[in-house]
Design a protein around this ligand. Structure first.
Ligand code: PHE
Length: 368
């Protein structure tokens, strides 16, 4: 008779089933896991330094796919009594963690708004630090006044380049390259043949070529000379060029405008003298000197002990210059002057050293 053969091994395995399950439990014991996880999650919650960090911890532990949810999936393998116990423990752990999460959240919210409050806090009762306004440089002050004066007399204020060509700085002003007058001014030459303008006179030519005659203009600006620097000489200083071209302009026009200029700038009568002076672009040419206002004519470093300061070289525009600008010298003539603006400012404010003007020294500038 055939006997039902029962394989002993599966049977043994079957009877061992419970044991196997029990053996599994220590490996992934949910109760212990829940306890461990709760501990480490509490640590992480308290360690979270920002609301954003805290939210990451919350999602990792309490989220739908978080660690606690993962543990509950292992419950299926447990004996029913254990499962109930583990389920209860899990619920308690959840409640504990949620509570601690809410507490931490509240305290982080508090301190983040504290920090913002501290960062944004200002004390409206503190007295202001005092605003230190800038100062208008003495040269600029005198320049502004001169511009206003000449504008009121129908002159236009023009500007010209500081880097000039040989033509505008010399040739067009009746100073050809073999002319000894080129040596009168020590020139800074650029390697490409340009130069730093040695005077504002090139603007005379630019103005006449561009706008023609009649013309009344001034051109304040910076000029450069390759000179030894001392109390009265700088390599960089300021001039105001002036020119009036019209029909029948004479020396008396020139004198009238120069007197008006000086009495306006000094606000009082100043002693002046007119000497013949040579400049290739004027004929006749003059040097207008004023008595030194620093020493009252007694002699000092600024006036080189002479009592007089050269302030206003001037003259009638040379016919060659008129012609170089494309105008007919038979019809048009004029006067021109080249005011030493830097020197004028020094006289006006009794500044005894030209080097102070460009020193950038606030102790000096704050006085103006
Ligand atoms: N350009 C001359 C200079 O700098 C000054 C000047 C201007 C003289 C106009 C006469 C007429 O030295």
């Amino acid at each position: 008779m055939a006997t039902l053969q029962v394989d002993p091994i599966p049977r043994a395995l079957y009877s061992l089933g419970l044991l196997i399950r029990e053996l599994e439990i220590p490996l992934t014991n949910p109760i212990q896991t829940i306890k461990d996880l709760t501990q480490s999650a509490l640590g992480n919650i308290n360690a979270a330094a920002s609301l954003a960090d805290l939210e990451k911890v919350r999602v990792a532990v309490l989220g739908r796919k978080g660690e606690l949810a993962g543990i509950s999936k292992t419950f299926g393998a447990m004996a029913p009594e254990d499962r109930a116990k583990a389920g209860q423990l899990l619920n308690e752990a959840k409640a504990t963690l949620e509570k601690s999460f809410e507490d931490r959240k509240a305290s982080l919210e508090g301190s983040e708004s504290d920090q913002r409050f501290k960062a944004e806090w200002i004390d409206l009762t503190v007295p202001p630090q005092g605003i230190a306004p800038g100062h208008i440089h003495p040269v600029t002050q005198v320049q502004d006044e001169i511009e206003q004066l000449f504008i009121s007399m129908g002159f236009r204020v023009l500007d010209g380049p500081e880097v000039e060509t040989d033509y505008y700085n010399f040739d067009a002003l009746n100073i050809p390259s073999d002319h000894p007058a080129r040596d009168m001014q020590d020139t800074f030459w650029m390697t490409d043949g340009h130069l730093l303008r040695t005077h504002t006179s090139p603007v005379q030519v630019r103005a006449l070529q561009k706008y023609g005659a009649p013309m009344r203009m001034i051109a304040p600006g910076r000029v450069f000379r390759n000179e030894e620097v001392d109390a009265s000489h700088e390599h960089t200083f300021y001039q105001v060029e002036g020119m009036m071209v019209d029909r029948d302009v004479s020396v008396s026009h020139l004198i009238y405008f120069m007197q008006t200029l000086l009495s306006s700038v000094f606000g009082r009568k100043v002693t002046v003298r007119l000497r013949p002076g040579y400049f290739p672009f004027v004929e006749p040419g003059f040097e207008l000197d004023i008595q030194c206002l620093i020493c009252g004519g007694n002699g000092c470093a600024v006036c080189k002990q002479s009592g007089w300061v050269e302030l206003l070289p001037c003259g009638l525009v040379h016919p060659n210059v008129i012609a170089n600008c494309g105008l007919d010298p038979q019809e048009w003539n004029g006067f021109a002057f080249g005011l030493g603006l830097t020197r004028l400012a020094m006289m006006r404010y009794a500044i005894d050293d030209i080097r102070l003007l460009q020193s950038g020294d606030l102790r000096f500038l704050n006085q103006f």
